[in-house]
Design a protein around this ligand. Structure first.
Ligand code: Y12
Ligand code: CO
Length: 174
C-alpha cells in the first residue's frame, strides 16, 4: 500500500473521520503502511486523514530515552474517546502535514483515552507528558482540526504570512 502525506492547505485535512466498524485486513494494511511512513519522516504521531483516509485511526510512537522509536512502543488507536482530562500544559508542536512550522499550543496535561486496537478490543490508557500532547494533536486531526487552528488570531495571521512566504520561496527555487 503506497501512502503519502497530505499537506496544508489541502482541504482533505478538514474532513471529519468516520468511526471504524470493520477490523479487517484493509484496516491492518493501512496501519502497517502508516508506521514506516511516520518513522521515515521523523514523525511521532500520524492520523489516517493525513494519508487521505477519513477513518478514526491514529498511530503514536513516542521516542524513548535514547531518542529511538522501537516498534514495541507503537500505539495504534482506533475510535479514540477522551474520557478524562486534567491540567494544562504548553508544548511547541509540529505536524507532518504542516512541515517546517512549530508553535506553542495549550493542551490538557493528562488525558485518559478509551479506544480500540486493530482487532477491535477495547483498551484504555492514562497519558501524561508528550504522549498526552500527541494523542490530543492526533485526535484533533480526526475532527478536521490542525494545531494552527488553536493559535490566537494574531499568531495565526503571522503563521499565514510566513506560510505564504515559504510557499513563494519554494516556487521560486523550482
Ligand atoms: C508533540 C507535538 C506534536 C505531535 C504530533 C506529531 N507530530 C509529528 O510527528 C511531527 C513531525 C515532524 C517531522 C518533521 O521532519 C520531517 O518531515 C523529515 C518535521 O520537519 C520539517 O517539517 C522540516 C516537522 C514535523 C506530537 C507530540
Ligand atoms: Co499533525
Amino acid at each position: 500500500m503506497h501512502l503519502s502525506i497530505v499537506e496544508y492547505p489541502d482541504k482533505k485535512l478538514r474532513e471529519k473521520s468516520l468511526k471504524v466498524e470493520q477490523f479487517d485486513e484493509s484496516l491492518h494494511k493501512l496501519l502497517d503502511a502508516m508506521y514506516p511512513l511516520m518513522v521515515n519522516t521523523n514523525g511521532i504521531g500520524l492520523a489516517a486523514i493525513q494519508v487521505a483516509v477519513a477513518k478514526q485511526v491514529l498511530i503514536l510512537n513516542i521516542p524513548d530515552e535514547y531518542g529511538e522509536q522501537p516498534k514495541e512502543n507503537l500505539i495504534e488507536m482506533i475510535n479514540p474517546i477522551i474520557v478524562h482530562k486534567e491540567g494544562e500544559t504548553v508544548y511547541q508542536e509540529g505536524c507532518l502535514s504542516v512541515p517546517s512550522f512549530y508553535e506553542d499550543i495549550i493542551r490538557y496535561e493528562y488525558v485518559t483515552v478509551n479506544y480500540q486496537d486493530r482487532y477491535g478490543n477495547t483498551q484504555s490508557i492514562e497519558a501524561g507528558e508528550l504522549l498526552s500532547i500527541a494523542i490530543q494533536h492526533e485526535m484533533d486531526h480526526l475532527k478536521g482540526l490542525l494545531f494552527i487552528d488553536r493559535l490566537s488570531y494574531s499568531r495565526r495571521k503571522k503563521f499565514e504570512k510566513e506560510f505564504k512566504k515559504v510557499q513563494k520561496e519554494k516556487k521560486n527555487a523550482l
